[in-house]
Design a binder for this molecule. Structure first.
Ligand code: NAD
Length: 537
C-alpha cells in the first residue's frame, strides 16, 4: 500500500570519506561551485561578460533524530485544515472507503516529500538510473506522526468543519469523524478589517479584548501549552487561514523589528492577525510558514526573524494554475518563444472564493499570482527589452522593461464548491510573426491539491531546523541556516527570499535547489543531468 513506511525498509548510505555518520548526525564536507560574472562595458559599445569559476568549502551537519513534532494550523477549521487532518487520520489508521469507483486507499499523492522520488545516481552494473523516495534522502518527520492542532475564528469542532468544507467522500468523512469530534480549534486573533466582511458570520471563536500585545502573548502561550500537553520537541505553525488584505508598509510602524514590536504595543491598525502569529512564532522559535498571499512578512517581521534566528517561509501555496504557469511560461521563454499575453480566469465556490470575492483580499491574490512569470521573462533579453534604470513610463511609473500582458480574474460561483476551475490562454509570438495559442483548463478539488503542500512545508521546515553549517575551515561555530526558508519555494506562489536576492519562480529550478541541497547534506554532487557516461565513448 502507498502509505507503507518505506523509509523503515530502505536506507541510503554514502560511501565517501567526505561523509561521517554518527548516531547523532550526518556530517559532510562539501565543495560548492558557482560562477561569478562581471559585466564590462567597453568604449566601442560592446559588453564583455567575464565569468570566473568560484569554489567554496562548506560543512553541513544534519541531526538524525527526528523530533516529536506538532503542526499547528491557523485556519484549522477551513477546507485545507480539515482536509489535511482527515487525510492524516485516514493514513494513520489505515482507513479505506468506498466511492463510486470502488474501494479507495489513503495516500499522500500531491506531496513532493511523500509521493515523489529523486535520482540518487546510476547503477554501474546496468547503467540504469536509481531513484529513491524524496523522504528517504535525509531523516524527515512522517506525516502520520505529526500531532495536529491549531486555531480558527470559527469554533466548529473539526468533524463538523470537515462536513462544512464538502471536500471528502461521505464514506471517508463518516469514518474519520469520530477522531475529529474531539478536536476543537483554539480561539484566534480576529481583526475584521483584514479579511472579507462576509467572514463575520463564522467568527464565533475569537480572542477577547483589543490589545495586540495580549494577543501575541496568548498565541505564544497556546504554542507552549500545545507543546507541553503533547510532549513535543518542535512545533511548526502554518497560516492556512483566509487571505488578508495587504498591510500598508509605514515608516516607523512595520519597517524595522523594533518599530513592529512598538506598533504591537501601541495597537497600531496596520498590524495584521497573520503578522501577530508570525511575531508570536518568532519569539517562541517555532518555524512559521504563510500559506496565503498577504504580506505578513513586512520588513520589520523579517528583521525580527533574523534577530531571533527563527525560521519563516512564504507566501501563498502554489497549487494548480500558478504551478502550471511557472512551468509553461518557462518552457516557452526557454524555447525562444515569446509569450505576449497570459489571461487567467478562475471560478470557485468554496469559502476561500467567498473571501476573495471582496476586492482588497482579491488584490492580495492578484499580486501573488501576477509575479510568477517576471523572473523568467527578465532572464531572456533577446525576447524582452530589459528595464532601463531611471526611465519612467508614460504614466510616471518606473520602467519595468517589456513583459507579457498578464491578467488574473477570480469569480465566486457558490455552486461549483471546492471544484475550482482555472482556465488560461497563453498567446505567444513564433518565428516570422506567427502566433501560438495554448489553452489550459485545470479542474479539481482545490483543497486536495493544496493540503499535501501543508505537509511538504511542515516537513521541510522541520528538517531545516536540524541542519547547520560551517562556512570554510576557519568557521568554528555550527550556524543555523538563514531565517527566510527560500528552499520551500517549490510549494509557494510568491516566494519570500533573503532581502536583496532574486526570487526564483521556475518550478524546476526550485525543485532542483531543494533536492541538490538535500544531496549536499549527504556530500553528493548536485544533479546536473550531464550523464557524461552516455555521451562519451
Ligand atoms: P477556507 O476559507 O476554507 O479556510 C480558512 C479558515 O481560516 C476558515 O475556517 C476561517 O474561519 C479561518 N480564519 C480566518 N481568519 C482567521 C484568523 N485570523 N485566525 C484563525 N482562523 C482564521 O480556505 P482554504 O480553502 O482552506 O484556504 C486557506 C488559505 O490558503 C486561503 O488564504 C487561500 O487563499 C490559501 N490558498 C489556498 C489554495 C488552494 O488551492 N486551496 C492555494 C493557495 C492558497
Amino acid at each position: 500500500p502507498t502509505n507503507a513506511r518505506h523509509e523503515q525498509r530502505e536506507f541510503i548510505r554514502v560511501n565517501s570519506d567526505k561523509v561521517q555518520y554518527t548516531n547523532e548526525a550526518i556530517t559532510t564536507d562539501y565543495k560548492y561551485l558557482n560562477t561569478h560574472v562581471e559585466k564590462v562595458h567597453h568604449d566601442d559599445g560592446t559588453t564583455e561578460y567575464v565569468a570566473t569559476p568560484i569554489e567554496r568549502q562548506y560543512q553541513f551537519k544534519t541531526e538524525r533524530k527526528v523530533p516529536r513534532t506538532g503542526l499547528m494550523m491557523v485556519g484549522w477549521g477551513g477546507n485545507n485544515g480539515t482536509t489535511i487532518t482527515a487525510t492524516i487520520l485516514a493514513n494513520k489508521h489505515n482507513i479505506t472507503w468506498h466511492n463510486k469507483d470502488g474501494v479507495q486507499v489513503p495516500n499522500y499523492y500531491g506531496s513532493l516529500v511523500r509521493a515523489s522520488t529523486i535520482r540518487l545516481g546510476t547503477d554501474p552494473a546496468t547503467g540504469k538510473d536509481v531513484w529513491v523516495p524524496f523522504s528517504n534522502v535525509l531523516p524527515m518527520v512522517h506525516p502520520n506522526d505529526l500531532v495536529l492542532g491549531g486555531w480558527d475564528i470559527s469554533g466548529l469542532p473539526m468533524d463538523q468543519a470537515m462536513a462544512r468544507s464538502k471536500v471528502l467522500d461521505y464514506d471517508l468523512q463518516r469514518q474519520v469523524a469520530p477522531y475529529m469530534a474531539e478536536m476543537k480549534p483554539l480561539a484566534s486573533v480576529y481583526y475584521p478589517d483584514f479579511i472579507a466582511q462576509n467572514q463575520e458570520e463564522r467568527a464565533d471563536n475569537t480572542l477577547p479584548g483589543q490589545s495586540k500585545a495580549a494577543h501575541v502573548d496568548q498565541i505564544r502561550a497556546d504554542i507552549r501549552e500545545f507543546k507541553r500537553q503533547n510532549n513535543l520537541d518542535q512545533v511548526i505553525v502554518v497560516w492556512t487561514a483566509n487571505t488578508e488584505r495587504y498591510s500598508e508598509i509605514i515608516a516607523g510602524v512595520n519597517d524595522t523589528a523594533d518599530n513592529l514590536l512598538k506598533a504591537v504595543e501601541q495597537n497600531h491598525d496596520e498590524v495584521s492577525p497573520s503578522t501577530i502569529f508570525a511575531i508570536a512564532c518568532i519569539l517562541e522559535n517555532a518555524p512559521y510558514v504563510n500559506g496565503a498571499p498577504q504580506n505578513t512578512f513586512v520588513p520589520g517581521c523579517i528583521e525580527l526573524a533574523e534577530k531571533h534566528k527563527a525560521f519563516i517561509g512564504g507566501d501563498d501555496l502554489k497549487t494548480g494554475q500558478t504551478k502550471v504557469k511557472s512551468v509553461l511560461a518557462e518552457f516557452l521563454v526557454n524555447a525562444g518563444i515569446k509569450p505576449l499575453s497570459i489571461a487567467s480566469y478562475n471560478h470557485l465556490g468554496n469559502n476561500d472564493g467567498y473571501n476573495l470575492s471582496s476586492q482588497r483580499q482579491f488584490k492580495s491574490k492578484e499580486i501573488s499570482k501576477a509575479s510568477v512569470v517576471d523572473d523568467c521573462c527578465a532572464a531572456n533579453h533577446l525576447l524582452y527589452r530589459p528595464a532601463v534604470p531611471g526611465k519612467k513610463t508614460a504614466d510616471g511609473k518606473a520602467d519595468k522593461g517589456e513583459h507579457p500582458d498578464h491578467c488574473i480574474v477570480i469569480k465566486y460561483q457558490p455552486a461549483v464548491g471546492d471544484q475550482k476551475v482555472a482556465m488560461d490562454d497563453y498567446t505567444s509570438e513564433l518565428c516570422m510573426g506567427g502566433r501560438n495559442r495554448l489553452y489550459v483548463t485545470n479542474l479539481c478539488e482545490d483543497s486536495l491539491l493544496a493540503s499535501p503542500l501543508l505537509l511538504d512545508l511542515t516537513i521541510l521546515a522541520e528538517l531545516m531546523t536540524r541542519i547547520t553549517y560551517k562556512a570554510g575551515a576557519d568557521d568554528k561555530e555550527w550556524n543555523s541556516m538563514y531565517s527566510v526558508l527560500s528552499l520551500l519555494s517549490y510549494s509557494l506562489k510568491a516566494p519570500v527570499v533573503k532581502p536583496g536576492t532574486d526570487v526564483v519562480n521556475s518550478l524546476n529550478r526550485q525543485r532542483a535547489a531543494c533536492t541538490n541541497f538535500l544531496r549536499a547534506c549527504l556530500g553528493l554532487a548536485p544533479e546536473s543531468d550531464l550523464l557524461l557516461e552516455t555521451r562519451v565513448w
